[in-house]
Ligand binder design. Structure first.
Ligand SMILES: Cc1cc2nc3c(=O)[nH]c(=O)nc-3n(C[C@H](O)[C@H](O)[C@H](O)COP(=O)(O)OP(=O)(O)OC[C@H]3O[C@@H](n4cnc5c(N)ncnc54)[C@H](O)[C@@H]3O)c2cc1C
Ligand code: SF4
Ligand code: SF4
Length: 422
C-alpha cells in the first residue's frame, strides 16, 4: 500500500496499464517516485498484448522492448519487475469512480471488482481451466499470471472446483472493494478501442462470421491464439485461401470519424506480409483509398508489393455470403472506373481506433481539452504531454499512436513530473 508523504511529492496516479502507463510507472519507480497504476482489465499490457508481431522491428509483442533492457529478464516487458516493484502499487480490475480535491492534491475514489481468483495464490495448475468454461486464461503471458473467472458462465461444478483448488486461490463469494487515495499528479494512459462496425451494414460485420477486424486477425495469426496461428474461417474452420482487407472503415468518413487513424495502413500491411510470406499460398488483396505509411514504415508497403499482395484503389460496394461459407465481394475500382468481383474466405476490416466511451467522463471530471474525443494537450507546440494542472497524457489516449511513440510520450511525462519536483 502506497502512503502519501506530503501533497506535491505524493504518489502519482496512472490510469491505464498499457505500454504507455507501464512505461511511466517503471520510469517513475526508477526515480523513486511511488505510483498507483490502475487498470480496468484483469491483466496489464493493454492492446499490445493482442498484437503478435510488432512493427517497426517485427519482434514478437510478448517480448517487446519496453522501458529499457533489463539483464536477466531478456527484454521482456510483460514479465518485467513491475509486479514486485515496491514503488508500484498495481491495481487491476479497478476503476476510477470519482476525482475531487485540487491539482497537486487529488482525492481519488477507486473501486476494485471482485477478485475471484487470487493471482498471488494461483499456481496455474490448470485444474479449474480443464473443469469449467467459467475459468479462462487471458493470455499465457499475461501478468498478473492467474486465471480469470466469469460468474455469468458458472455451472454447479464451480463450487466443487473452489474446494479442490490446491492453493485455495478461488473465492466465489469475493466482493468489490472501494478505497480513496490521495495523489499529487494524474497520468492518463487510457489508450484506444478498436471500432466494432456493427452498424455499418455494407461490410456485414457481426452478421457474417468470416468478416473480422484487424485485432481479431492478429489473434488468429498468433501461435498462442485460439487457432494456434492457423488462418481458418471462423464459420467452419476451413483453411483460408483468399483474404481481402479494406482500409479506412469508420475513419476519414464524415458519418463516423473524420480523422485518419494513422497506423492502420501500417498494421494492415504488416498482416498482409505475414500472410503471404509465412502462410503458404494465401492470396491477399488490400482495398484502399490512400496508403499512408509514414516515415520508416514505407518498407512494409514496398515489401507487400514485392511479395505479391494485390492492391485495388476503390471502395467495397457489396458483401454477399455464399452457402459454401465464402463471401462474394464487389469492389468499385476508382482507377479503372469499373466494378470488380472477388470470391474470398476472410474479409478483414481496418477499423477506426477510437477513444473509449468511459474516458469521456474522466476528461469531463478533470476539465480537459479534447480533440475528436481523445485528450488534447494544453499546448501542443511546447508541452505536448501536459493536459492540465498536474495532469498529463501519453500514448493512444491522445489519438492513434504506435508503441515507440507511446513509450516516448510516457518518458516525456516522467521527465515533466521530475522537473516539477526539483
Ligand atoms: C491491429 C493493430 C495492430 C497494431 N500493431 C502495432 C505494431 O505492430 N507496432 C506498434 O508499434 N503498434 C501497433 N499497434 C498500436 C498499439 O496497439 C498501440 O501503440 C499501443 O497499444 C498503445 O499503448 P497505450 O498504452 O497508449 O494504449 P492501450 O494499449 O490501449 O492501453 C490502454 C490501457 O488502459 C486501460 N484503460 C482504459 N481506460 C481505463 C480506465 N478508465 N481505467 C482503467 N484502465 C483503463 C485499458 O484497459 C488498457 O489496458 C497496433 C494496433 C492495432 C489495432
Ligand atoms: S485450480 Fe486454483 S491454482 Fe489451479 S489454476 Fe485454478 S485457480 Fe489456479
Ligand atoms: S491509416 Fe490508412 S487505413 Fe487508417 S484511416 Fe488512415 S488512410 Fe485509412
Amino acid at each position: 500500500m502506497v502512503e502519501v508523504n506530503d501533497t506535491l511529492s505524493g504518489p502519482v496516479l496512472i490510469i491505464g496499464a498499457g505500454v504507455a502507463g507501464m512505461t511511466a510507472a517503471i520510469e517513475l519507480a526508477d526515480s523513486d517516485i511511488k505510483t498507483i497504476l490502475v487498470e480496468k482489465k484483469q491483466t496489464i499490457g493493454g492492446n499490445a498484448l493482442e498484437l503478435y508481431k510488432a512493427f517497426p522491428t517485427d519482434d514478437c509483442f510478448y517480448c517487446f522492448e519496453g522501458s529499457r533492457f533489463r539483464p536477466g529478464i531478456r527484454k521482456c516487458f510483460y514479465r518485467s519487475a513491475m509486479l514486485d516493484n515496491p514503488n508500484i502499487d498495481l491495481r487491476t480490475n479497478t476503476r476510477v469512480d470519482e476525482i475531487t480535491g485540487n491539482p497537486g492534491n487529488f482525492k481519488v475514489k477507486l473501486t476494485t471488482g471482485p477478485m475471484y481468483v487470487d493471482p498471488k495464490r494461483c499456481i496455474m495448475c490448470g485444474l479449474c481451466l480443464k473443469r469449467s468454461g467459467a475459468f479462462s486464461l487471458i493470455s499465457p503471458q499475461c501478468q498478473p499470471q492467474a486465471v480469470f473467472y466469469d460468474p455469468s458462465l458458472a455451472e454447479e461444478s464451480v463450487k466443487e472446483i473452489e474446494k479442490e483448488c490446491p492453493t485455495k486461490a478461488i473465492n466465489l463469494n469475493a466482493q468489490s472493494t472501494e478505497e480513496q487515495v490521495e495523489v499529487s499528479d494524474i497520468i492518463l494512459a487510457t489508450g484506444y478501442t478498436e471500432m466494432r462496425p456493427v452498424n455499418m451494414d455494407e461490410y456485414g460485420y457481426g452478421k457474417y462470421p468470416n468478416v473480422i477486424t484487424q485485432l481479431e486477425l492478429a489473434r488468429m495469426l498468433d501461435p498462442n491464439g485460439e487457432s494456434a496461428g492457423a488462418l481458418i474461417r471462423p464459420s467452419d474452420g476451413a483453411p483460408v485461401k483468399r483474404v481481402m482487407m479494406v482500409q479506412c472503415v469508420g475513419s476519414r468518413d464524415e458519418n463516423y470519424n473524420l480523422y485518419c487513424s494513422k497506423i492502420c495502413c501500417v498494421f494492415a500491411l504488416k498482416h498482409a506480409n505475414i500472410i503471404v510470406n509465412e502462410r503458404n499460398g494465401i492470396k491477399t488483396t488490400v482495398v484502399y483509398m490512400d496508403i499512408r505509411t509514414y516515415d520508416r514504415h514505407e518498407r512494409y508497403y514496398r515489401e507487400a508489393r514485392e511479395s505479391g499482395v494485390r492492391f485495388v484503389r476503390g471502395r467495397v460496394h457489396l458483401v454477399r455470403p455464399n452457402p459454401d461459407g465464402s463471401l462474394d465481394i464487389i469492389v468499385y475500382d476508382s482507377l479503372l472506373d469499373r466494378y470488380l468481383s472477388y470470391n474470398i474466405d476472410l474479409f478483414v476490416l481496418s477499423t477506426a481506433l477510437e477513444p473509449s466511451e468511459e474516458d469521456e467522463t474522466l476528461q469531463r471530471t478533470l476539465g480537459l481539452n479534447t480533440s475528436s474525443g481523445f485528450v488534447a494537450p494544453l499546448d501542443l507546440a511546447n508541452d505536448s504531454v501536459v493536459a492540465g494542472d498536474h495532469v498529463y497524457v501519453c500514448g493512444a489516449a491522445m489519438g492513434p499512436a504506435e508503441v515507440p511513440e507511446s513509450v516516448t510520450q510516457a518518458r516525456a511525462v516522467v521527465s515533466k513530473i521530475l522537473q516539477g519536483r526539483q
